[in-house]
Design a protein. Structure first.
Lengths: 297, 283
């Protein structure tokens, strides 16, 4: 709404409607969304026009930064409940990579499947077929993805690689969507970043518990939307040749704690400050700039 | 108290009844979660119980929570009652290998990629159970994608390179018409766990090393620094080198065949030699 220059009073009304009568939720949201620190407030006795004029300034102040930030989301609203339930029931902290909300409408539809393969394939953000996996040669994300391999991969080689994995790219008028051997179109899975015991901050993804947790989370989600273990435990996460775009930390992420809290970490630097990571970041991601320089993004 | 029927090992009818109940409950859960989310518009905070100020209690959400509990208990019952059957026999100590297994059909939850049933103890030589399934006559229509391996027996040469490692192939007629080929690997000393691979029908290999590192790889990813695994369907060489043994088809797979390798019934079988997927049925 703000990106489309909505007036602050419209924003306020929108947030009030969704804050369950808790005004602070709206102010906290505004502070976080527009990168301010406890500056959004609504003073009784002050002309509302002045308050909103002040808010407009606050929104404008960091516009370049907040417009650039990729805010992590889940594919469906109901999935927030599922992750929350899972975190509470299993007593864990769950860190999950942001996903494409446009994919939500495809989940569980006939002739559509959740992709469980190893290849990185962007999820379309624009029509036609937004929310489905697609290998659009003009998609900047795909171009960047192919460059992330060492050595870089050409589009033709990428399509060939997809074919070798039983995947076919449909023509341009279908948005270059990818289909599997059974002719099903694909949406992305959820990518877990880390799952940690809420008491000990140790990884919960052990040989005894890992797959049990995956089955439990898929049950909460009502489908097999988690196909693999967390990035933090993936044995090949620090091998750029194999991992390609999945090399190293994968922000932005959402964080679910066992007490129904949801937070976000938009950069590796912020993620490294999260409790379970604080003392093991260098072990998990030794090639991360944060480990080497003590700062970074 | 649990009834005797709900404790007894599963039979095909029980398995089908549990799957049907699970399917219906999952449909209920799905519908109720959609309905609950649909009633909330776009909240900026959400809660899942009354300890959160953001909690919105809806009738649909109560239904969803009840269905979730039922699903979990159906899964628990299925895995608890799953047969533990002899699938192979150790060539080093001749002890049968008992594993949880669903011999009724690939629509059973054992065939899910994330299944992790409790297993009976194995001999110290057992390393990993792989497998193949001939789906030609299979009648099952699972609710989830199944990854049963190729259609005919094979070996993974990388695993057989480990000192003393021997693979044992057996055969099992499944009740849904499929023909399963368990392929168990045994060694005098188990290799480091990270050198092994994902078990039969699983897509993830989750392991904990001796140094306490908890990690996972995809089933088709090799250990760090190694080439991707290949499947070798030409079994003669491995039989001649005593790297492959077998249990006679039609037997209960608890004893190794003593027949001459040249008479191995698993040589020369024709079928699908690449990874198969039994695609989930849309309902």
């Amino acid at each position: 709404m703000a990106a489309a220059d909505a007036h602050p009073d419209e924003l306020h009304a929108f947030l009030k409607m969704r804050s369950f009568g808790d005004a602070w939720l709206a102010y906290t949201y505004l502070d976080r969304a527009f990168l301010q620190k406890k500056l959004f407030m609504y003073r009784v006795g002050v002309d509302p026009a002045d308050t909103y004029a002040n808010w407009a300034q606050l929104i404008k102040e960091h516009r370049v930064e907040w417009e650039r930030e990729r805010v992590p989301e889940l594919m469906r609203l109901r999935d927030y409940f599922s992750f929350m339930q899972f975190a509470q029931q299993e007593r864990v902290i769950v860190v999950v990579c942001g996903a494409n909300p446009a994919a939500g409408r495809w989940i569980g539809q006939p002739r559509i499947a959740c992709y469980g393969g190893a290849l990185p394939i962007p999820s379309r953000e624009t029509a036609p077929n937004d929310g489905l996996l697609a290998a659009d040669p003009d998609d900047a994300r795909l171009i960047e993805l192919l460059r992330s391999y060492d050595p870089t991969v050409s589009y033709e080689s990428y399509v060939e690689l997809l074919r070798a994995h039983g995947l076919k790219v449909r023509p341009a008028n279908e948005g270059y969507v990818v289909e599997d051997e059974a002719g099903r179109l694909l949406h992305e899975p959820y990518r877990l970043h880390g799952v940690y015991d809420a008491e000990s901050n140790e990884t919960a993804w052990t040989s005894k518990q890992g797959e049990r947790l995956r089955a439990s989370l898929n049950r909460h989600l009502g489908g097999d939307l988690v196909q693999f273990g967390p990035q933090d435990n993936w044995a090949l996460r620090n091998d750029q040749r194999i991992a390609g775009p999945f090399f190293g930390p994968q922000t932005p992420v959402l964080v679910f704690d066992r007490d129904q809290g949801i937070g976000e970490r938009l950069s590796p630097r912020k993620l490294a400050q999260l409790e379970p990571y604080r003392f093991q970041w260098d072990d998990l991601y030794p090639d991360s700039p944060i480990a080497k320089k003590g700062s970074g993004t | 108290m649990m009834s005797a029927e709900r404790r007894a090992p599963l039979k095909r009818d029980d398995q089908q009844a549990l799957i049907e109940q699970h399917r219906a409950t999952r449909a209920l859960y799905d519908a109720a979660m959609d309905e609950h989310a649909g009633q909330l518009s776009i909240p900026i905070e959400i809660g899942i119980d009354s300890t959160s100020t953001a909690f919105v209690d809806t009738e649909a959400y109560r239904r969803a929570r009840a269905a979730l509990t039922t699903m979990a208990s159906l899964e628990e019952e299925y895995f608890r009652r799953l047969p533990r059957m002899a699938l192979s026999c150790c060539p080093l100590c001749e002890k049968p290998l008992y594993r949880a297994f669903d011999p009724f059909g690939v629509d059973g939850l054992w065939w899910r990629s994330d299944a992790q049933p409790d297993e009976p103890p194995s001999c110290p030589h057992f390393c990993v159970l792989l497998g193949a399934v001939d789906l030609t006559a299979c009648r099952s229509k699972p609710d989830f994608d199944v990854h049963p391996g190729p259609g005919v027996p094979h070996v993974v040469p990388r695993l057989l390179q480990h000192p003393g490692m021997v693979a044992v192939v057996s055969q099992l007629a499944m009740e849904d018409g499929a023909k399963a080929y368990p392929l168990a690997y045994f060694a005098p000393r188990r290799p480091p766990v990270q050198e092994l691979t994902a078990s039969w029908a699983r897509t993830n290999f989750v392991y904990t090393t001796q140094l306490g590192v908890h990690a996972w790889r995809r089933a088709d990813e090799p250990p760090l620094g190694k080439s991707p695994d290949v499947w070798d369907f030409a079994l003669e060489r491995w039989l001649a080198d005593d790297k492959l043994r077998w249990c006679e088809p039609g037997s209960d797979s608890s004893r190794l065949s003593a027949a001459d390798p040249a008479s191995c019934p698993f040589v020369g079988l024709t079928g699908v030699s690449r990874p198969q997927t039994v695609v989930a049925t849309s309902r």
